[in-house]
Design a protein around this ligand. Structure first.
Ligand SMILES: Nc1ncnc2c1ncn2[C@@H]1O[C@H](COP(=O)(O)OP(=O)(O)OP(=O)(O)O)[C@@H](O)[C@H]1O
Length: 389
């Protein structure tokens, strides 16, 4: 007699979710796997948009989804657990990709992983698991969930170098109460060893990097399929034109790569960095030195914040924050404004705080929540705003 699984494991065909499933199975948990397809490419087309029904991306031949699916099936076979399949590519396109493009078009730098967790993995995937009769979902994310009283807290992973709480800060009590992160207390190197010892076919598989639907492809080429390039001037903050850029969307604050600025007459031979984008005028601002004063800000303003426990700790409080993934904890003071947006002041100036990225707040190991960064007090941004007003 077959019973409904208690937990559905999101199996991506990677080593982390393979070991998440292995651990739960070894604990005696009745589990099944589920592989989601979140991205569909149509090699028959040369432009975005499906002929009918679900939108499809223009094919570039770089999609790993088939390999990943095969690996997820192989792992479930090895573990002796059933595996299910769901296609959420239409939901992903609407809930993640359209927003991703709109943000780039507005000159910001979005974080699709944050949105994918909120809109897909902890929404449609959770619904699909419930429809299969499960009470919980599990993923291979590196983060921990702890219950204190009737509250579920999101904590950083024990392996701080792999901690993914930054990407999970939009989750709420409903999601956390139905989720397990079996790897949160483990070190990545031990996870690999467990995979090897158990003979899992993904034991030696390379970790995925970058934005999932872009993979190893060239970012500029990919984005150019959806946001046509518009060449323009590259200027220094004091207004000197020093070259041309292929399109402001392709660059983010603090970026050095891809500027192709050779020796410029009248300037030292030091590397150049993006210090500002003026989307209206189509100008890319650049300056020399990784630590350019133009890149620094002490304060930021965010869109409305999401709080994991349902509300902020106080109307004004001190905590630590990250304004990007892989950054040290930075001390700051947060003021929650009446409309739910935040005004944040850092103890020390921050480099390249980027509108569109997420501000994520922590009280020690506990992730409090976060918000999308709307604006900063970086000098160039202030000047461009004043000019536009
Ligand atoms: N296509 C997918 N189908 C089902 N679950 C997925 C899929 N992609 C990601 N997940 C789940 O989300 C978790 C985190 O995803 P992320 O893309 O960050 O993977 P990762 O850290 O590379 O992990 P993995 O080694 O398992 O691929 C995965 O461990 C897995 O549980």
């Amino acid at each position: 007699m077959s019973t409904a699984p208690r937990t559905i494991v999101g199996m991506s065909g990677g080593v982390d979710s393979s070991v998440a499933a292995l651990r739960l199975r070894d604990e005696g948990e009745p589990i099944a796997g589920l592989f989601m397809q979140n991205w569909a490419e149509d090699d028959a087309q040369d432009s975005a948009g499906g002929a009918s029904g679900t939108p499809k991306a223009a094919g570039t031949g770089g999609c790993r989804a088939e390999d990943d699916r095969r690996d997820a099936v192989a792992v479930s076979g090895r573990l002796g657990i059933p595996i299910h399949f769901r296609d959420f590519s239409g939901e992903y396109w609407k809930g993640v990709f359209e927003h991703f493009l709109a943000e780039y078009a507005a000159g910001r730098t979005p974080n699709p992983d944050v949105l994918c967790n909120r809109e897909i993995k902890f929404k449609y995937f959770l619904d699909a698991a419930r429809a299969l009769g499960a009470q919980f979902i599990a993923t291979g994310h590196y983060a921990r969930i702890e219950s204190r009283g009737n509250r579920h807290l999101l904590l950083r992973a024990v392996d701080r170098s792999k901690d993914q709480s930054y990407f999970l800060h939009q989750l709420g009590q409903a999601q956390l109460s139905a989720t397990k992160f079996p790897l949160g207390g483990l070190l990545k190197r031990d996870v690999r060893k467990m995979a090897l010892d158990a003979g899992l076919p993904t034991a030696a598989k390379k970790d995925s990097t970058g934005i999932c639907f872009i993979g190893e492809r060239d970012f500029r080429e990919f984005l150019g399929r959806y946001l046509p390039a518009r060449e323009g001037e590259m200027r220094t903050p004091d207004g000197r034109v020093i070259g041309r850029h292929p399109g402001v969307f392709y660059f983010t604050l603090g970026q050095r790569e891809g500027l192709n600025i050779g020796g410029v007459r009248g300037f030292e031979a030091a590397p150049w960095y993006v210090v500002g984008k003026d989307v209206t005028e189509n100008v890319l601002y650049v300056d020399q030195g990784a630590d350019s004063v133009w890149l620094h800000s002490q304060a930021l303003w965010s869109e409305a914040a999401h709080w994991i426990s349902g509300g902020p700790p106080a109307a004004r409080f001190e905590c630590t924050a990250q304004t990007r993934y892989r950054q040290s904890d930075e001390a700051c003071e947060v003021e929650v404004r009446d409309d739910g947006t935040l005004s944040v002041r850092f103890a020390r100036a921050q480099r390249a705080v980027t509108p569109g990225q997420s501000l994520v707040l922590y009280d020690g190991e506990v992730c409090l929540g976060g918000a999308v960064i709307a604006a900063t007090d970086a000098p160039l941004e202030k000047r461009l705003k004043a000019r536009a007003a």
